[in-house]
Ligand binder design. Structure first.
Ligand SMILES: C[S@@+](CC[C@H](N)C(=O)[O-])C[C@H]1O[C@@H](n2cnc3c(N)ncnc32)[C@H](O)[C@@H]1O
Length: 279
C-alpha cells in the first residue's frame, strides 16, 4: 500500500498522545449523556456489551463499572495503540472481563469470530461519522446482538451548525474544512440523518431519538471541548491542506478572545442519541 493510500485510510484525527488526551476530556464532558443513554439501553450488571470503535476505552471502562464481573465488555478499534491503552488500563484495574480487540468495525464478523448473537448491547460514539461503510457496521452490530439487544449511538447530524456567537469567519472556514476532511475520507458529519433508515434495514427498531445541543460558555467546562478540539485539529487541517495557516492563527486568536469574554460563546455541534432494539 502506498503512503498516500494509507494516509487516506487512516483515522483522520490521528491516534497520537494529543488525540488520546482529547478523547479523555471529551468523555468526561459527555459522560453524563453516555450514562443517560446507557440507562435507556438497560445496561446493567450481567450485560455483555460491545463498544464499537472504542478508541482508548474511556467509555468501555465506565461500562465495565456498570456490568460488573458477571458481565463483560469488548472494545473494538482499528488503532493498535488505543487498544493497547484499553487493555493496559483494564489490567491495571483488575478488570479481567474487559478486553480490547484490534479490528475493523466494518467487518465485525471477522474481528469477533464466534461472537454472533452473543451481545446484550452495543455502543458506538463518534465512529459512524468516520467510516466509509456505516451500513456494514450496522449490519455487523445487528448480527452480534441477541434478539432484544440494544444498539446505542451518539453521533452527529448538522455538524456544520457549529459556530461562534457572534459568527467569525475563521471559525466558519475551519468548520467547513473539517467536514470536507471527513467526507474526503468517506466519513459523513451528517450520518445521523440517515441512521434510522439504515437501522431499520438491518432489523433494528429505533425506540429513542433525541439531540443534545450544548453551548461552550467561556469559563465553563464545555468551553474546553471546542477549545481543545481546535488546538488539536486546526493544525492538522493546515498540514492536510484544508486550511490556510493564517486562518488557523486567526481561529486560535478568536478562541482565546472568546475565552476571556463575558458576552461571546461557541455553539458546539449537536450530538444525537439513538437507541434501537433488535426485533
Ligand atoms: C472520535 S474517536 C471515538 C472513540 C470512542 N468511541 C469515544 O467516544 O471516545 C473514533 C474512533 O473510531 C476508530 N475508527 C475509525 N474507523 C474505524 C474502523 N473502520 N474500524 C475500527 N475503528 C475505527 C478510531 O480509531 C477512533 O478510535
Amino acid at each position: 500500500m502506498s503512503t498516500a493510500e494509507h494516509d487516506a485510510r487512516e483515522y483522520v484525527l490521528g491516534t497520537g498522545r494529543d488525540e488520546l488526551e482529547r478523547l479523555g476530556l471529551q468523555h468526561r464532558l459527555w459522560g453524563d449523556a453516555a450514562h443517560e443513554a446507557w440507562r435507556h439501553g438497560a445496561i446493567a450488571p450481567g450485560a455483555n456489551v460491545l463498544d464499537v470503535g472504542c478508541g482508548p476505552g474511556y467509555a468501555a471502562l465506565d461500562l465495565a463499572n456498570l456490568v460488573l464481573a458477571e458481565g463483560a465488555v469488548t472494545g473494538i478499534d482499528e488503532s493498535a495503540s488505543f487498544i493497547a491503552h484499553l487493555n493496559a488500563q483494564a489490567h491495571a484495574r483488575g478488570l479481567d472481563y474487559v478486553r480490547g480487540v484490534v479490528g475493523d468495525v466494518q467487518n465485525l464478523e471477522a474481528a469477533l469470530p464466534g461472537a454472533r448473537g452473543s451481545f446484550d448491547a452495543a455502543y458506538a460514539r463518534w465512529v459512524l461519522c468516520f467510516v466509509p461503510r456505516p451500513e456494514e457496521v450496522i449490519a455487523g452490530v445487528a448480527s452480534m446482538l441477541k434478539p432484544g439487544g440494544r444498539f446505542i449511538v451518539h453521533d452527529y447530524f448538522n455538524y456544520t451548525s457549529m459556530t461562534m456567537a457572534p459568527r467569525r469567519a475563521s471559525h466558519d472556514k475551519a468548520v467547513a474544512a473539517t467536514a470536507k476532511s471527513w467526507r474526503d475520507r468517506g466519513g459523513d458529519p451528517d450520518i445521523v440523518g440517515r441512521l434510522p433508515r439504515l437501522l431499520e434495514r438491518c432489523g433494528l427498531e429505533v425506540t429513542r431519538l433525541r439531540v443534545h445541543q450544548r453551548l461552550g460558555m467561556p469559563g465553563s467546562s464545555m468551553y474546553a471541548w471546542p477549545h481543545v478540539w481546535w488546538k488539536v485539529y486546526a493544525p492538522k487541517l493546515v498540514q492536510m491542506g484544508y486550511l490556510a495557516q493564517s486562518d488557523c492563527d486567526e481561529l486560535l486568536r478568536d478562541l482565546n478572545e472568546i475565552a476571556g469574554s463575558t458576552t461571546d460563546f461557541v455553539v458546539v455541534p449537536p450530538v444525537y442519541e439513538v437507541v434501537a432494539v433488535k426485533v
